[in-house]
Write a protein that binds this ligand. Sequence first.
Ligand SMILES: [Fe+2]
Ligand SMILES: [Fe+2]
Length: 178
Amino acid sequence: MRNVTLEAVFLHPITQRYLKRSGVAHAIAVAEHAFVLAEQYHVNPDHATKAALLHDVGHYTWYREGKWDYDMYRKNDIHAIKGASRAHKLLIRIGEDRQVAKEIAVAILLHTDSYLPTGELQLKPLQQVVHLADEADEESGGNHHYRRIDDKVALERVRLLDKKIEQWLRMNGMKHII
Ligand SMILES: [Fe+2]
Ligand SMILES: [Fe+2]
């Protein structure tokens, strides 16, 4: 059994507040991609899906006169830094293992290279999985942030992921603890 389920992370008021900003549908789709990629990269899907679900919780809304200002966003955005810190605080608060919380936070920090020198980072498998899962759900013009999802459907999809993760952990034991 895990300390913290994906459902517990998803339903926490902090997650709900910030995912409403960056898109619940995007967060869940990225978590689903991360589950599949975790298998390929031999990564613990519990960590991959939590990092994926929370990867964009650091977003700030860059609105100018009712419209998203991409220029302002590109110049000033630090959502990966903010998200890493926010996710870490939340995970610790709800009882996540400290080492796991750190690995998840670092994966969130590195999920986008928009503020990093390109090509200089060698991503670890968990970090790679979160980055690729995010890319897999990207739509042009940032439209993936605006896709809607029904609350009930969202929770069902999170619960299904929890079931799959539990099954994976039963089959693989806890050998992939990190
Ligand atoms: Fe992002
Ligand atoms: Fe994203």
